[in-house]
Design a binder for this molecule. Structure first.
Ligand code: CDT
Length: 306
């Protein structure tokens, strides 16, 4: 069997006034705890180093530079890389990336315990809007702060714990798009690492999306994605009250049957762990979701038509 002990490290809120050192200190403690509990990889949320800053409007992007990382590791993020090496644990990190030529992306990486970045992904589905919206009580300015990711949905076979594992990534809103999952599935992804920051309140619900459906839709999307593509996923939230704005948490680890194996129950820093038998991916892939035998791309033209 190919067993992987997978940890999802939900983070409680990070306030706007808090520096990276606060979040990183908490993350290192979670990595230590994950190691003590036998985990081989730990998955952190989207934009894990700061508050969910797209809720704050900044007219001049140059004044927003402090939210972004220009290098990994940096002095600030080095403790994560040191902890990975010390504990022999890989980690997934979501962060805001500013490239040397000034481009901005909502990015995630998987870092091997050696410190090597084995996979990088830039978020494709950016929700929200670009300009300040006076109708909204809370802004969601991802389209202002980030460009659409330019790396596609890559899958690599990388060392994760004791195994070589086909890993891929989605970031937050991506999880709601079956096309994104399918592009990973077509590359035989076995583990999807997925971080999110989702407000408990949908500013655009128009009275039709009841409060309790927010978590349901998140879980529905991740569970369906795993089942339909025969993979595991760690869906990891930032949770709780950031400067008066609530993020709903409910991080989960899901297996290829679409079942929730572990779920966070708090609104704070919380580690959930599952023992994943990667051989489970073979069932769906060789039967009902044997793509080579049963998929009908010739009928799906509309999916990719512009
Ligand atoms: N971070 C992120 O992508 N959040 C979105 C909220 C959308 S509300 C404009 C999500 O899909 O969870």
């Amino acid at each position: 069997t190919r067993r992987l002990t997978l940890a999802a490290a939900q983070l409680g809120p990070i306030q706007r006034a808090e520096g990276r050192d606060v979040a990183i200190g908490r993350m290192v403690r979670l990595m230590e705890k994950a190691h003590q509990r036998g985990a081989e990889v730990v998955v952190f949320p989207e934009l894990a180093l700061t508050t969910f800053f797209p809720r704050w409007y900044e007219e001049d992007l140059a004044n927003a530079d402090h939210w972004y990382e220009t290098a990994l590791p940096s002095n600030a993020t080095a403790p994560l890389f040191e902890a990975a090496r010390r504990y022999g644990i890989g980690f997934h990190l979501g962060y805001a990336e500013k490239t040397p030529d000034g481009r901005r992306f909502n990015t995630a990486v998987y870092v091997h315990p050696s410190g090597e970045v084995a996979l990088k992904y830039r978020k494709v589905h950016l929700p929200g809007h670009k300009e300040y919206d006076p109708q909204r009580k809370v802004q969601h300015l991802e389209k202002r702060y980030f460009e659409v990711g330019d790396l596609g949905f890559p899958v690599v076979r990388a060392p994760v714990g004791a195994n070589q594992v086909n890993i891929g990534m989605l970031i937050c809103n991506d999880r709601r798009w079956p096309e994104a999952w399918r592009v990973l599935g077509l590359q035989q992804v076995e583990l999807v690492m997925l971080g999110y920051n989702t407000p408990s309140l949908n500013m655009e619900n128009r009275g039709f999306e009841a409060h309790h459906l927010r978590v349901f839709h998140s879980h529905l999307s991740i569970q369906a994605g795993c089942y339909q593509n025969a993979c595991f996923a760690a869906g990891v939230a930032k949770a709780g009250d950031e400067d008066g704005h609530e993020l709903f948490g409910h991080s989960i680890i899901v297996n290829p049957q679409g079942e929730i194996m572990a779920q966070a129950t708090s609104w704070g820093d919380e580690l959930i762990i599952a023992d994943c038998d990667l051989e489970m991916c073979a069932l769906g892939r060789s039967t009902i979701f044997n793509f080579a035998r049963h998929r009908r791309p010739e009928a799906y033209g509309r999916i990719t038509a512009q």
